[in-house]
Ligand binder design. Structure first.
Ligand code: G6P
Length: 611
């Protein structure tokens, strides 16, 4: 949800900023812009469109200077026009601001500023900040920024430069991610995400809410909004540029689908204790002891989007193995309906980015009601990771494609690990534990086997890519997979797709079925296999076209379905990790056949930091 970056150092700022911005484009791509400072002037270039459009518009006339800020936008206030693109300025063009977040009292502040004579050039909430900083300006930029922010309600990650306090970059955060990068030269960065700057440095300082940073040519300082100095720890980012490059794949999404044997392995690395028939989760042991489920009377899993689908699978796992009531809640709904929580509730938030505003707010709400709050997060050092009492990193590596793939499979694996960790011997027999551990170990090779069927799935995609509706059906552990398969298809190919529990089809969706409706059944051998075969018969009887995802060697299904994609067999709770992969590939290839922008689907953003 908007990406920001700022730079001060010995090199020309513009090429560096544009390159960094490209690595943040997954956060939004409605419009882009940058401001470079030199000799007491601000040179701003901005455009409605993607970063490639900005680069083209700038051409060879790059703004000159070694200090600057830049922004890629996901529109919240105001259409994605050039006027609404960041950076925004005060009336005299002496201050430039880039912002990720929402200023909730922007309308009130804007009215006041207009009464004081300020003229606005955009419809954005961000422009208010530029005028407000101008209004608060006395001597130093950092004091003006702090004074302005004290009047602001809402969320922000900002970077500010000014001609009145040259050679200085001021950044501040509340509710939107922001870090400082420390490079040699010296060179300093601010960025929404380490991906933007990892090419130049892996040493970063994560800002917390209510903190401000001042970067100049000699160093950096961190302060609170009252101006009190703060000492912050320097962290080292564990991955490098190679990890986030496309590595020969045409799209990040395909690269990330193919990374799953490794990402799933990385989620399990060092955590399987086969001899003891259990798992090691160091990040949990501090606040949630092994087998310690008895102190809770319920678990709530909360998340958004794909992470919510993983949560639903977690609900099935935890209820089956830990024998405790579990609910899966949309974070956006959960926090607004005064949920019943107390110290006997365990609330687990799941988020790839660790920055999703609704998930974060739901966890904060749970904590304020006394619940124990735990995170399952991919991005190390992200806000949710830091604001939860303890948690499990999924270690899937950076996920850049907006449609989540490898984070989903790693989240499901992490949930399986947590299930084993929390459930005692009374609910899971030692041999059953060992069976799950052995199945977990086999997953990476089994994923490889499915990936080898990529061409077969591509062929199917070619055949079906012109259809306008799809239905995805699954039962038990594969019902959330049906939801996820439908979500993947609609978000990147803009085909209408619905996921449903297979048996519920009879209560509505069956009316939609005719020869133009492809129906994707997720039907591996499981406790509900014979039931799902009946559902397939019902679709065939109405002329529907059936694509089935099933386990090897299903003779009956071969006769019934138009296409069968086989996946290797595993224990039921882990089937989603395998059955989802053909669906990711199907959605990917259909979108490519339709000429869609797979990595940057319209209107979506990877990290939704607004509510
Ligand atoms: C956005 C993304 C989805 C993602 C969801 C939750 O909608 O487009 O891919 O599943 O946010 O994100 P999180 O980072 O919290 O998992």
């Amino acid at each position: 949800m908007c990406g920001i970056v700022g730079y001060i150092g010995p090199s020309e700022a513009a090429p560096l900023l544009l390159e960094s911005l490209r690595r943040l484009e997954y956060r939004g791509y409605d419009s882009a812009g940058l401001t470079v400072c030199e000799d007491g002037t601000l040179d701003t270039r901005k455009i409605s469109g993607k970063i490639a459009d900005l680069v083209q518009a700038i051409g060879a006339s790059l703004p000159k200077g070694t200090l600057g800020i830049a922004h890629t936008r996901w529109a919240t206030h105001g259409a994605p026009t050039t006027a609404n693109a960041h950076p925004h300025h005060d009336c005299k063009n002496e201050i430039a601001v880039v912002h990720n977040g929402i200023i909730e009292n922007a309308a009130v502040l804007r009215r006041k500023l207009e009464e004081l004579g300020h003229t606005f050039r955009s419809e954005t909430d961000t422009e208010v900040l530029a005028h407000l900083i101008d209004e608060c300006y006395e001597d130093r930029l950092e004091d003006a920024v702090a004074a302005a922010l004290s009047q602001v309600e809402g969320t922000y990650g900002i970077a500010v430069v000014s001609t009145r306090d040259v050679d200085k970059l001021v950044a501040a955060r509340k509710g939107s991610p922001l870090l400082i990068g420390l490079g040699e030269g010296p060179m300093y960065f601010v960025a929404s995400d380490a991906a933007a700057i990892v090419e130049h440095t892996r040493d970063v300082v994560y800002l917390d809410d209510g903190e401000l940073a001042v970067l100049d040519r000699k160093g950096y300082r961190t302060l609170d909004l009252k101006g009190q100095p703060l000492t912050k720890e320097v962290s080292r980012v564990s991955w490098d540029l190679g990890t986030i490059e496309r590595g020969g794949f045409p799209h990040y999404m395909l690269k990330e689908i193919f990374e799953q044997p490794n990402s799933v392995r990385d989620t399990m690395r060092g955590r399987l204790l086969e001899e003891e028939g259990t798992v090691r989760l160091g990040g949990l042991s501090g606040c949630l002891p092994r087998d310690g489920i008895d102190q809770y009377n319920r678990i709530v899993l909360t998340a958004c989007g794909t992470s919510w689908h993983a949560a639903l699978i977690g609900e099935y796992m935890l209820e089956e193995f830990a024998r405790i009531p579990v609910e899966t809640e949309y974070a956006s709904e959960f926090r607004y309906r005064n949920p019943v929580l107390d110290e006997r509730s365990l609330v687990i938030g799941i988020s790839q980015s660790g920055e999703t505003a609704d998930t974060l707010a739901a966890l904060q709400e749970a904590r304020s009601k006394g619940a124990r709050v735990v995170g399952i997060v991919n991005v190390v050092g992200s806000t949710i990771a830091r604001e939860t009492e303890c948690g499990v990193y999924i270690h899937a590596g950076p996920e850049i494609g907006v449609a989540s793939t490898k984070a989903f499979t790693s989240q499901v694996v992490a949930l399986a690990l947590i299930t084993l960790y929390l459930s005692g011997e009374s609910t899971v027999a030692p041999e059953q534990r060992r069976e799950v551990l052995a199945a977990l170990k086999r997953l990476p090779d089994q994923i490889l086997e499915i990936l080898a069927r990529n061409d077969e799935i591509r062929g199917m995609a070619e055949r079906y890519h012109l259809h306008r509706n799809f239905l995805y059906l699954g039962r038990g552990y594969n019902f959330p997979v049906a939801l996820e398969g439908a979500l993947k298809l609609k978000e990147i190919s803009y085909i209408h797709a619905e996921g449903y529990p297979a048996a519920e089809m009879k209560h509505g969706p069956i009316a939609l079925i005719d020869e133009n409706m492809p129906v994707v059944f997720i039907a591996p051998h499981s406790s509900v296999y014979s039931k799902i075969l009946s559902n397939i018969e019902e679709v065939k009887a109405r002329g529907g076209r059936v694509i089935a995802i099933s386990t090897d060697g299903n003779g009956e299904l071969d006769k019934l379905a138009d296409h069968v994609v086989t996946v290797p067999a595993t224990v039921e709770m882990l089937q989603p990790v395998l059955t989802v992969i053909p669906l990711q590939l199907l959605a990917y290839h259909i979108a490519v056949f339709r000429g869609c922008n797979v990595d940057q689907p319209r209107n979506l953003a990877k990290s939704v930091t607004v509510e």
